[in-house]
Design a protein around this ligand. Structure first.
Ligand code: ADP
Ligand code: MG
Length: 248
């Protein structure tokens, strides 16, 4: 399965050293050191406004880094273009092209990269199979349900076979039942592709079930990091305890 998409050999880690980001006088990321391993599922949690999206966007290259460095695998990508970083980002808002079909939405980046037609077709059809979109390839986004749109957004990332997937609260627009289903699919996808994934969420159950490791951000810094059960057993402060749902 996933012949054209799976490439465990090229999953890479993500390494931040003293990473900082200011918007004008406001420093929102205040010196983050972080090592995410090859193939690891890392989850960022933390209160609204603590810098989760900003940190993810810095890794994607959608925000420049004011100070410090970001490496993907061995490569220092701090000042590299987003398109060259080997990452693909999935947004909460889906960000699909409304005038393009599902097929063309998923094919878009491969066409831009001038990949051969047969390769584009194989990758799009395979991703569509994984995401249960095979019967919807000719539809426009407006003809799809919320869950199907989010699948297309994920499919658009998958076809690029990125070294690192970045997800910013991808399921928060979906209803509870769909969230459960998509959460299981994401876990399956991670296992199948073996890719490194960094995932921002507000949802405690998503964090606890998807994460190999949870990073708790607060005020632009990593407050605590650890495996879900370790955070549960030993939360370093009330926010962590409250979020994880442990008694202390
Ligand atoms: P989170 O995703 O954890 O809710 P964000 O990373 O979106 O937090 O935002 C962190 C802080 O940075 C917030 O105070 C937010 O207002 C600020 N911020 C984010 N993007 C910008 C921007 N483009 N310009 C100015 N301030 C920003
Ligand atoms: Mg955010």
């Amino acid at each position: 399965m996933f012949e054209s998409l799976q490439d465990k050999g090229h999953a890479t880690g993500v390494h931040l050293r003293g990473a900082r980001k200011s918007f004008g006088a406001l420093e929102v990321i205040k010196g983050v050191d972080m090592d995410i391993g090859r193939g690891e599922f890392a989850v960022f949690v933390g209160p609204s406004g603590c810098g989760k999206s900003t940190l993810l966007r810095m890794i994607a290259g959608l925000e420049d880094t004011s100070d410090g460095s970001i490496a993907i695998g061995e490569r220092d990508v701090t000042h590299e273009d987003p398109a060259d970083r080997g990452v693909a980002m999935v947004f909460q808002s889906y960000a699909l092209y409304p005038h393009l079909s599902v097929y063309e939405n998923m094919a878009f980046s491969l066409r831009l990269a001038k990949r051969p037609k047969a390769e584009v077709d194989a990758k799009v059809r395979e991703a569509a199979g994984i995401l249960q979109l095979a019967d919807h390839l000719e539809k426009k986004p407006a003809q799809l349900s919320g869950g199907q749109r989010q699948r297309v957004a994920i499919g658009r990332a998958i076809v690029r076979a990125p070294e690192v997937f970045l997800f910013d609260e991808p399921l928060s627009n979906l209803d509870a039942e769909l969230r459960v289903q998509m959460r299981l699919e994401l876990a399956r996808l991670h296992k199948a592709l073996g890719a490194t994934m960094i995932y921002v969420t507000h949802d405690q159950v998503e964090a606890m079930t998807l994460a190999d490791r949870i990073f708790v951000l607060q005020g632009g810094l990593v407050q605590q990091q650890g495996a879900p059960l370790d955070l549960y057993d030993d939360p370093s402060n009330r926010f962590v305890a409250g979020f994880i749902g442990s008694p202390s």
